[in-house]
Design a protein around this ligand. Sequence first.
Ligand SMILES: *[C@@H]1O[C@H](CO)[C@@H](O)[C@H](O)[C@H]1NC(C)=O
Ligand SMILES: *[C@@H]1O[C@H](CO)[C@@H](O)[C@H](O)[C@H]1NC(C)=O
Ligand SMILES: *[C@@H]1O[C@H](CO)[C@@H](O)[C@H](O)[C@H]1NC(C)=O
Ligand SMILES: *[C@@H]1O[C@H](CO)[C@@H](O)[C@H](O)[C@H]1NC(C)=O
Length: 202
Amino acid sequence: MLPRSTTALVTVVVVGIQLSQQYFYNGIKSGLEPDLKHSLFLDRIGQCRWQSDLAIFLADMRIVQRNHTHYVISGVLRIRRNITEATTASVSIEICQNTTQCRPFVDPPVSMGDVCKFLDGQRNSSLGEILSHSVPAIECPFTKGLYRINDALVDYKLFRYFSPHVSKLWRIDFVGESDRKRVFCVRIELFVYSWEDMLPRY
Ligand SMILES: *[C@@H]1O[C@H](CO)[C@@H](O)[C@H](O)[C@H]1NC(C)=O
Ligand SMILES: *[C@@H]1O[C@H](CO)[C@@H](O)[C@H](O)[C@H]1NC(C)=O
Ligand SMILES: *[C@@H]1O[C@H](CO)[C@@H](O)[C@H](O)[C@H]1NC(C)=O
Ligand SMILES: *[C@@H]1O[C@H](CO)[C@@H](O)[C@H](O)[C@H]1NC(C)=O
């Protein structure tokens, strides 16, 4: 007979090995290559809940995990009026203890400058991938209409800097202004766990 503590250790090691082969089936890999040891759960991409009346509205997107490295997202973006003036955007990142207790991680928000110029430089990135899956194409200047984003692939690379050692729950807000009025506010909520966190506790 092995002592109890040894049995527990053996169980952890064996279960741990099984889990480390399988746990990425829940969530996608993230982390800095080659150390893709975190599991990322993309929880929500959609309009900031308290700002549903803005000129641009993104309904909650459908998020489906494709495999260990990719999500597929789909949704509808409504542009309620032509936005003729330049639109500038900023991004803020918060870390949260739970769904109500958050604090800024990046403060003040980082300016992305002119959205149209920014998007132009994003053609080959994940964001470019999302926008290129819109029907009709989302183009500048933003024109009133309904835009369907169909099955855009999002890979782990977009999320590699979100570390579970900093926080398990992250919020990213993209806020846009045009002619000194807020025109969009999109929030991304995600969870990230290290594989140690996902082992059962004994
Ligand atoms: C996951 O799916 C994407 C898109 O279909 C593909 O490009 C990628 O190679 C797949 N990754 C794995 C690990 O199968
Ligand atoms: C919005 O812009 C489109 C394309 O430039 C134009 O055809 C349409 O008439 C404009 N709508 C309004 C309400 O200004
Ligand atoms: C969130 O955490 C704070 C501080 O730990 C606690 O006071 C609050 O009740 C928690 N809220 C929820 C919804 O769990
Ligand atoms: C995007 O990729 C294409 C082909 O790989 C390249 O020709 C183009 O310059 C790239 N555009 C940007 C903005 O990086």
